[in-house]
Ligand binder design. Structure first.
Ligand SMILES: [Mn+2]
Length: 431
């Protein structure tokens, strides 16, 4: 399997699925991500819009997909627009996709130049009465920068004010939720590569190494196996750094006696894997660290067992409360008496486990999907309990990527060491 792409039949099937969901007389327009300016005339590494990639496999800016399933002319039912080729772009930025290449990747026969977009858009829009657009939810912190899909939507609504408009996002979410065999192959190989990086780390970490050196070990393993990137900025957090849940600075030194928390994952064909491990910097857990570790591992096993058809991810999270309370009391974090007095709206366990135990995984590490919806089988999710005690300088999380099935869940990282003894043993084998 290519580390960058899935076979064209996959993208073709996805387009067919979305087209059967579109009402008759409608069309859909999807915009690729634009390049993001870093500074001056330099850009951040390019990442395609996940929905656009899901329907085309095209990883190039300034691309547009136009779908019009009911069009009388079969050549107008799906059209991919790509940048015009010119020698200056080829010279400065590298050779952009040629129409025949874009066609081979996506399985789309009608590939046109972006300079032809308006003419064809006007023509097809005139024959349609509803236009479906793909807008993402506004990020929690608010959006300072508008993406191509927002510009595109405003442009279309101004150009065709009398059309009806529909939302593509909920339809796309349903298509992306349950993974197809091709997607599972990509996710499985991303998981495997992540496991290889962890093996490397077990032999590398010792007192005095720097968090960024651990990150470099991960990156080395990913890139040397042909993966383009990390699925997300890796967290490499020594000691109390791990109490900041999304710590990605990775600039501290690893200290003898501390724990090191790592949350990382390789990306294959734009599909993510997500893994967290917490290891003792010197290769041996202290009794207290071991007690905390084993408590989190027990919750891990319990959560994994709950990940079956018919239950929702947030329901699992709520069902864990009493188990957390039991473990926390056992660890002396609070007492039964404290529990009896707790405010149900702000339960005590949240202080030591402020996040939730699972999210969907796919083209995005925090993938689309409603976490209140019962699982049906076919989804890929994380299983990630943790415990964070700033006053002890400890943050500890264990996480694997898991496939939900019709029966028992399949742990896609089952062969990545997770037992405290296995970790210690592997670390003793260092030179
Ligand atoms: Mn995760």
């Amino acid at each position: 399997m290519s580390v960058n792409l899935l076979p064209p039949a996959f993208y073709t099937r996805n387009r067919q699925k979305i087209m059967t969901l579109l009402p008759s007389g409608s069309m859909a327009v999807l915009f690729s991500n634009e390049e993001m300016i870093r500074n001056g005339d330099y850009y951040y590494p390019y990442r395609q819009n996940s929905n656009f990639f899901f329907l085309t496999g095209i990883v190039q800016e300034k691309s547009i997909l136009l779908l019009c399933p009911g069009h009388k002319n079969p050549a107008y039912r799906e059209i991919l627009f790509i940048r015009d080729n010119d020698s200056m772009t080829d010279l400065w930025e590298g050779v952009k996709l040629r129409p025949e290449e874009a066609s081979a990747i996506s399985g789309i026969t009608s590939v046109r130049r972006i300079s032809e977009f308006l003419k064809l858009l006007d023509e097809i829009a005139f024959m349609s009465d509803e236009i479906f657009l793909d807008l993402w939810p506004v990020p929690k912190g608010g959006a300072m920068i508008q993406g191509a899909e927002q510009f595109g939507s405003l442009f279309l609504k101004t150009r065709f004010p009398l059309h009806k408009y529909g939302r593509l996002a909920p339809l796309m979410q349903n298509l992306r939720l349950k993974k197809s065999p091709e997607e599972l192959m990509a996710i499985r190989s991303a998981c495997k590569l992540t496991g290889r990086a962890f093996d490397r780390i077990l032999h590398f970490v010792k007192p005095g190494v720097w968090e960024y050196q651990v990150e470099a070990e991960m990156t080395h393993e990913f890139l040397s196996q042909g993966a383009r990137a990390h699925a997300f900025s890796p967290i490499v957090a020594n000691g109390s750094n791990a109490c900041s849940l999304h710590y990605t600075k990775n600039r501290s030194q690893c200290v003898d006696g501390d724990l090191l928390l790592m949350d990382f994952g390789a990306e294959i064909a734009l599909y993510a894997s997500d893994c967290s491990r917490t290891i003792p910097v010197n290769g041996r857990f202290t009794p207290r660290q071991r007690a905390l570790y084993d408590a989190v591992l027990r919750i891990y096993r319990r959560s994994l067992g709950m990940m079956v058809k018919g239950i929702s991810l947030l329901q699992i999270n709520r069902m864990l409360q009493t188990f957390w309370e039991e473990e926390h009391v056992g660890l002396g974090l609070y007492s039964m008496a404290d529990l009896r007095k707790q405010d149900p709206a702000h339960p005590l366990y949240k202080k030591y486990f402020p996040h939730t135990v699972s999210h969907y995984i796919g083209l995005d590490v925090h993938d689309v999907g409603d976490r209140e919806e019962p699982l049906e089988g076919g989804e890929v999710v994380s299983c990630e309990p943790g415990i964070y005690i700033p006053e002890e300088g400890i943050g500890l999380r264990l996480e694997n990527t898991v496939l939900i099935t019709q029966a028992e869940p399949i742990d896609l990282m089952a062969d990545v060491p997770i037992e405290a003894d296995e970790i210690e043993m592997a670390m003793q084998k260092r030179d």
